[in-house]
Write a protein that binds this ligand. Structure first.
Ligand code: CO
Length: 154
């Protein structure tokens, strides 16, 4: 009986140790970031493991304001392209989520959302190089000065 109990305890311990590690490996390719009505993201940096095949970023809007007034998106670019992508996006307007159609400098992007909404984008990790210098930003006009961060592949 005590042998069985020990064996069960060992099995439980093993499950407790291995399962979170496996879950963590999968979660490392799925990121969350939240915007608010104060024109801020809650994170200034995001990173993924180089072992990720697909990367999913989910953007949440924790505010109450509509997308027309305080819209947020999540746009991934090579760091030096940030200003040019913002400028091109401004001309595209809300109908295009403030992302210029066919802008090759945009590596991935979500749509623009308003308060209480969430949206995700999934893209292949092969778009990114380990050690590359990437930035993410919100392209809603006037937002990128506050709403930007660094994105890394570890
Ligand atoms: Co925004």
């Amino acid at each position: 009986m005590s042998y069985l109990r020990t064996k069960l305890a060992a099995a439980a311990l093993l499950a407790a140790c291995t399962w979170p590690a496996a879950a963590h490996a999968a979660d490392a390719c799925k990121l969350d970031i939240t915007g608010n009505d104060q024109m801020q993201y809650d994170k200034q940096a995001l990173s993924v493991a180089s072992s990720c095949k697909q990367i999913t970023v989910t953007l949440h809007h924790a505010g109450k304001l509509p997308r027309e007034a305080m819209g947020h998106n999540w746009v991934l670019v090579n760091a030096p392209d940030l200003a040019a992508v913002v400028n091109a996006g401004m001309g595209a307007g809300l109908a295009h989520d403030f992302v210029a159609p066919a802008d090759v400098r945009v590596l991935a992007h979500t749509r623009i959302i308003g308060g209480g909404d969430s949206t995700s984008v999934t893209f292949p990790a092969s778009l990114l190089k380990p050690g590359g210098s990437y930035s993410y930003l919100c392209t809603f006009p006037g937002h990128s000065a506050l709403m930007h961060g660094t994105f890394k592949v570890n």
